[in-house]
Design a protein around this ligand. Structure first.
Ligand SMILES: [Zn+2]
Length: 362
């Protein structure tokens, strides 16, 4: 299914050494491939650790304790038994390296946990902010499980561990669900937040009543109204909206609506025509018929094959062939992708076509 795994590109990817298009391809592959994702988690953790290590140094007392312990252990080796002695003579060197590693890793986690403490820092930007059962006009900490609430005149900034920040607008309710090195997760119950994340993709998530927003290295605005309907607007990088197998990939300059009963709608660029946007909305959420589809197809520009590509998998076969024909008329069909493979929603074919289309879309 995944003909092009990205394991070989992961190190370069994590170090930001890939081109924009290549980096996006890796990010999207990671969304779908468990194998590459596991590898990515490991590399990411290693890099995070390496970045943090230079900032910490073990206290003097810890080192002398280790030295004392090592001395004691080496004296305990019985010199009367030659074989043990030979092994024992070599033992301390391994032990020192091993102990140093254990200390380094231990110190890292100690300082990481202390720096985040399983909680995130909160700064009230305006007005009074409620954190759990406390109120603050200054700073505080949001613990895992706690709710942050802004009223109609307050705003807050949340520090997302070491990887970014989130600004919470008035009339919002935001809960901290996870604050771990490899998973940072908020729940936006209602209101609006702006996230700016400068970390490898898939470290920061926001749950909403309609979909889960997965950060692929980006900045975005996410809002949820009183009915749980949501709206996403991406200003840099990519965000994936996911629910029940329904996925929308939203790049910078694009937006996407979502509904609790449907999940993420079809994403579109912010400069589409009003007719296009309205017809798309009818199709996504109001069982829009052939008329809505005809409007979408007629209004689509080459760049809007971005929306059409998402529609391919969301419409039944008779409509899919109409969407396909319009896409081919607008941007052609790359080699290696056939009408037949697209019509049966072959993953590889859809991926390949999407990769070819990045240049048109972005
Ligand atoms: Zn893979």
């Amino acid at each position: 299914m995944f003909s092009r795994h990205v394991t070989k590109r992961l190190s370069a990817y994590c170090h930001g050494e890939l081109s924009g298009a290549e980096s996006r391809r890796v990010a999207e592959h990671l969304l779908k491939c468990d194998l590459c994702r596991r590898e990515h988690e490991e590399i990411k953790t290693g890099i995070l650790m390496a970045e943090q290590l230079p900032h910490v140094s073990a206290p003097e007392s810890l080192w002398s304790e280790i030295e004392a312990l090592l001395e004691e252990r080496s004296r305990a080796v019985d010199p009367a038994v030659g074989r043990s002695f030979a092994a024992g003579a070599r033992w301390p060197r391994f032990a020192i390296v091993g102990a140093a590693l254990v200390v380094a890793v231990g110190m890292f986690f100690f300082y990481y946990l202390r720096s985040t403490g399983g909680s995130w820092s909160v700064t009230a930007l305006e007005g009074t902010v409620q954190i759990g059962s406390n109120y603050t006009t200054g700073t505080g900490r949001l613990e895992v499980g706690e709710l942050l609430v802004t009223d109609d005149r307050s705003r807050a900034r949340i520090g997302v561990g070491l990887i970014g920040q989130v600004e919470v607008d008035p009339n919002s309710r935001v809960r901290l669900l996870e604050a771990r090195m490899t998973e940072n997760r908020l729940e936006l119950e209602r209101g609006r937040l702006q996230a700016r994340i400068s970390a490898p993709p898939r470290l920061f998530f926001v749950n909403t009543p309609s979909a889960e927003a997965i950060d692929l290295g980006c900045a975005y605005t996410l809002e949820v109204d009183d009915d749980g309907k949501g709206f996403l607007r991406v200003t840099s990088g990519w965000v994936a909206l996911v629910r029940d197998g329904r996925e929308s990939y939203v790049p910078r300059g694009a937006m996407c609506s979502m509904r609790p009963d449907v999940g993420p709608g079809t994403p579109y660029f912010e400069d589409v025509s009003d007719k296009f946007r309205r017809a798309l909305e009818l199709m996504d959420f109001e069982n829009g018929g052939d008329e809505a589809l005809q409007t979408v197809l007629a209004e689509a520009r080459a760049r809007d094959t971005f929306s059409l590509w998402h529609l391919l998998a969301r419409v039944e076969e008779s409509r899919r062939s109409l969407v396909f024909d319009r896409m081919v008329a607008l941007v052609g069909l790359p080699s290696g992708v056939t009408r037949e493979s697209v019509m049966r929603l072959d993953k590889d074919a859809l991926e390949r076509w999407k990769e070819e289309l990045y240049l048109v879309w972005l």
